[in-house]
Write a protein that binds this ligand. Structure first.
Ligand SMILES: Nc1nc2c(ncn2[C@@H]2O[C@H](COP(=O)(O)OP(=O)(O)OP(=O)(O)O)[C@@H](O)[C@H]2O)c(=O)[nH]1
Ligand SMILES: Nc1nc2c(ncn2[C@@H]2O[C@H](COP(=O)(O)OP(=O)(O)OP(=O)(O)O)[C@@H](O)[C@H]2O)c(=O)[nH]1
Ligand SMILES: [Mg+2]
Ligand SMILES: [Mg+2]
Lengths: 292, 283
């Protein structure tokens, strides 16, 4: 029963002569299972499927359509809607503006790699990016980011000693002087229970006042995604989300929970370790992958 | 009263969801709860006993039995045994990107050093930016030798070099750090096979982030299929996680979780404790 992918469930559902209430309920069960397998937060799964079930059973069926087609349409649309739907996230900025992007997230989520990917993305679109290493904690963080900046071919600023706030401020100043108009700040990994680190992030954000704080989320994260995202959002308002490691088997349902928890949109996804393996987020394809 | 189908089915739904909320992979949660429930069908319980409490207790007992039936591995005594036999002890660390292998290598090195065992590190991550500099910092802080080649070199050659170094210099423990990889990358899983074939490690340790959801199950299965996993370290349990991934990995590999990573310091390594884990996972 568990091996039934959602696609098979939908095929079975569509194959029925009449999409009676029982068939809708059975489809909802299969949807729940697919979303849970995709790591969407349990509470959110129950909430989403309850809403879909109510809408699907009450929604008027337009002529030429069947209730079963309405149910599937409701399911798909609800998920795409949750992810921002048709609303285009702001990715491209006016060239005369100087913007600062600050990357935050749990240890190992992919911030440093993503910082370099973002630099490459904006460079290939005619911007002048610069990267700042404000991670003063992790061994080799400076070298990692410096090597990446070199491979992208963008200016890098870092200091081997100093506080993250001082380095970030000096870095932004130096890169602006060099003519950079997209300044990307990489920060140390941290999670909600490390209060000193959460405080440091809050202070850093208050001092450098970034144009946007970007939460980087590992696609393999499970039920804790919601709780971690909430904690980050309470410390520093999250402007957007980037989901990494979607080149693996994980469906990234944790990212959906993070979206709902922060109200921020997913702008990019990471699909590999290389500099160019960053894609602009596309809700419909994310949803179809989520549903298996 | 007798435990019947009806009273058991609503309880099993609740417990399955509780396990899933604790990050136990869905198929694992289903299998475990269904087995517990089917073993309780027709069982008579006291009139005042709650069905939920009875099933929960049985679930805990089942999980505890499953975890304790897995043969534990004591890294330190294994190393000491090898030293006594005049042999070296090679441990290879593998796992998904960013889940904590490099820091775990440093923690294990620290533990071995504290037990008066000599250690040499091998940086078999010749791919990722800053990987060698990162491990070099740990080696310097710990006062141990790091064997490294240039970026792009053959990771198996680095591991081999470290083994030769240990044999020549009378160093007991060789800890091999490898590059992160996702289990779906066939080429990288083949690379791992090659490193294992060349280095012939005594222990292959899987390092997985405790924040991982359902993917932990597939990760464990695929890494196990590729090189055979002997033990697992579950990291970042200090991130207020429930730790259900430990159950998924135990079921997939039938090998022990030997340590929990409980922070970013070298001493933040906690030996496996089944009761402690179950206290977190179960309601
Ligand atoms: N396969 C894959 N690997 C990725 C992706 N993004 C990052 N990685 C890898 O994930 C690992 C962790 O990436 P980092 O950039 O070091 O993560 P981080 O968030 O900066 O880590 P900390 O600074 O320690 O918190 C590295 O091995 C990266 O190469 C991705 O989209 N796909
Ligand atoms: N809080 C906490 N952080 C941890 C723990 N273990 C590792 N980390 C952090 O997780 C991040 C990634 O750790 P690494 O050791 O670089 O992970 P890795 O698996 O070697 O990464 P790749 O080589 O890029 O695949 C670092 O910021 C570590 O400090 C832990 O038990 N608790
Ligand atoms: Mg980093
Ligand atoms: Mg590493």
């Amino acid at each position: 029963k568990l091996g039934t992918s959602l696609r098979e469930a939908i095929k079975k559902f569509l194959g029925r002569p009449v999409a009676d209430e029982l068939a809708v309920k059975e489809l909802i069960r299969d949807v729940q299972r697919a979303l849970l397998l995709a790591d969407v937060n349990v509470e959110l799964v129950l909430k989403i499927t309850q809403l879909i079930e109510e809408r699907a059973l009450k929604e008027p069926v337009p002529s030429g359509f069947t209730r079963r087609e309405v149910t599937l349409k409701v399911l798909y649309e609800s998920l795409v809607e949750l992810l921002g739907g048709e609303k285009q996230p702001k990715i491209l900025y006016p060239a005369n503006e100087s913007i600062t992007l600050m990357l935050v997230g749990v240890q190992g989520s992919g911030k440093t790699t993503t910082a370099a990917k973002l630099a490459w993305f904006y460079k290939s679109r005619g911007y002048r990016p610069g990267i700042v290493c404000a991670d003063t904690f992790r061994p080799g963080a400076y070298d990692q980011l410096k090597q990446l900046a070199l491979s992208v071919g963008v200016p890098f600023y870092g200091e081997r000693t100093g506080t993250s706030t001082e380095i970030a401020l000096r870095g932004i100043n130096e890169l602006k002087k060099m003519g950079c108009n997209v300044i990307i700040i990489d920060t140390a990994g941290r999670h909600k229970s490390e209060s000193t680190l959460m405080e440091e992030m809050k202070l850093l954000s208050e001092v450098i006042k970034p144009s946007e704080v970007i939460l980087v989320v590992d696609a393999t994260i499970g039920q804790q995604a919601k709780v971690q995202a909430e904690a980050f959002n309470n410390a520093t308002k999250i402007g957007s989300i980037i989901v990494t490691k979607l080149d693996g088997a994980a469906k990234g349902g944790g990212a959906l929970s993070a979206v709902v928890a922060t109200g921020a949109q997913i702008k990019f996804i990471g699909i590999g370790e290389k500099i160019d393996e960053l894609e602009i987020f596309d809700p419909p394809s994310f949803v179809s992958r989520l549903l298996g | 009263k007798e435990l019947d189908e009806e009273s058991l089915s609503s309880v099993s739904e609740r417990l399955r969801l509780a396990l899933i909320e604790s990050d136990v992979a869905l198929p694992v949660a289903f299998e475990i709860v269904d087995n517990v429930v089917s073993s309780l069908k027709g069982v008579r319980i006291g009139r005042t006993e709650g069905v939920y409490q009875v099933v929960l207790r049985s679930l805990r007992e089942t999980l505890y039995k499953m975890l304790s039936s897995i043969q534990q591995v004591d890294l330190v005594s294994e190393a000491m045994k090898r030293r006594k036999e005049g042999r070296i002890f090679t441990v290879m660390f593998v796992g998904p990107n960013g889940h904590g292998k490099t820091l775990t290598v440093a923690k294990i090195a620290n533990l071995l050093l504290k037990n008066n065992l000599s250690v040499v590190l091998a940086c078999s991550d010749t791919f990722r930016a800053g990987a060698e500099e990162q491990l070099e910092v740990h080696a310097t802080r710990l006062g141990v030798k790091l064997i490294r080649h240039r970026y792009g070199a053959d990771p198996a050659a680095v591991a081999y070099d470290a083994v030769i170094h240990a044999l020549a210099r009378g160093v007991t423990c060789v800890l091999i750090d490898t590059a992160g990889r996702l289990q779906t990358d066939k080429g990288l899983m083949d690379e791992l096979r090659k490193i294992a074939r060349v280095a012939k490690p005594d222990l292959k340790v899987l390092v997985v982030d405790a924040l991982t959801g359902n993917d932990a199950y597939d990760m464990a299965i695929k890494f196990n299929e590729a090189i055979g996993i002997d033990a697992t370290v579950l990291t970042k349990v200090d991130a207020d996680v429930k730790g259900g991934a430990a159950i998924s990995i135990s079921v997939a590999t039938r090998k022990p979780i030997i340590y929990f990573g409980t922070g970013q310091g070298y001493d933040d390594l906690k030996p496996f404790d089944a009761q402690w884990l179950l206290d977190r996972i179960l309601p």
